[in-house]
Design a protein around this ligand. Sequence first.
Ligand code: AQP
Length: 329
Amino acid sequence: MKKIFSGIQPTNVIHIGNYLGALKNWVALQDEGEAIYCIVDLHAITVPQDPKILKEKILETAALFIACGVDPSKATLFVQSSRPEHSELSWILNCFTGMGELKRMTQFKDKSGGDQDNVTAGLFDYPVLMAADILLYQTTHVPVGEDQKQHIEITRDIAQRINSKYGETFTVPEPIIKQSTARIMALDDPSKKMSKSSPNASSFIALTDTPDQIREKIKKATTDSGSEIKSSPTGEKPAITNLLRIFSGMTGREIPDIEREFEGKGYGEFKNALAEAIIEELEPIHKKFEELMADKEALHQILTQGSQKIAPLAQETLNKVKEKVGLGI
Ligand code: AQP
């Protein structure tokens, strides 16, 4: 049986990149095996956070998971810091990970922005905590966006290293990356990934944006030269290719089918239709999100039950690793 694990940081606002690259797949996968979905708050503190806002964002993220279709009666939902096994396993895995391996991680290079002396050791160590998150549950599959591929590779390397040193300890996980929506680009600059931490709110569409905000952001979205509504998988038309991928991801329609509909039509007409397609997909999510946020106690309960449910599995893996490594009495 498939065992699926994935997480999202409770930072800033969840955008349509997170939705199309990860969350939408989570919903489909919860019917294909045992699914465990995590709000990774320990990852969030690798960069400075306001404690009050972080706490609020944890609940908002849980509400958004459910509003997007994650069903707590099928999938387990929990908060990473509620299970101490994540930090404990992370420390042990640190002792089996090379500094050189971590230095090669492109996300660290991007996020530290060339100023490595002034970022936290936690940011550097982020991939090891992510490896612990995944390996703790003997995960077989990890649905993520393209940006996380390198982190899944290092997770596999660490698991294989420990397995070959101590015998079968961890399941070696496979990534699930849906190519068409694996890397949704920023609306203001299609050479950059759509990102939560962008200072320009017009670069992303948040799942909680209003219809007017969505129309405005799509209207302002960068376009390429020329007026043809045609994608270019080879990269000459990155902006329209990105918008077509968003259209396809939101509607489930194939890109050639959308291109045919807009043959001979201009960007204006295409952008109007795209904005309406996004609104149609996000409106029910937004409504459900508001309803869920009105009962925070119920959200607390779902997260607490999730954490209790997966405790035995987390403890079993951690105890097995400690025993193999020779820790304790
Ligand atoms: N632009 C994207 N396109 C497709 N998938 C994406 N993901 C993130 N951005 C895109 C996927 O969403 C999941 C959760 O991401 P996260 O919150 O853990 O991490 P993140 O990469 O830090 O998200 P952001 O939006 O890019 O935030 P910042 O600005 O802080 O870097 C992951 O599966 C990720 O692949």
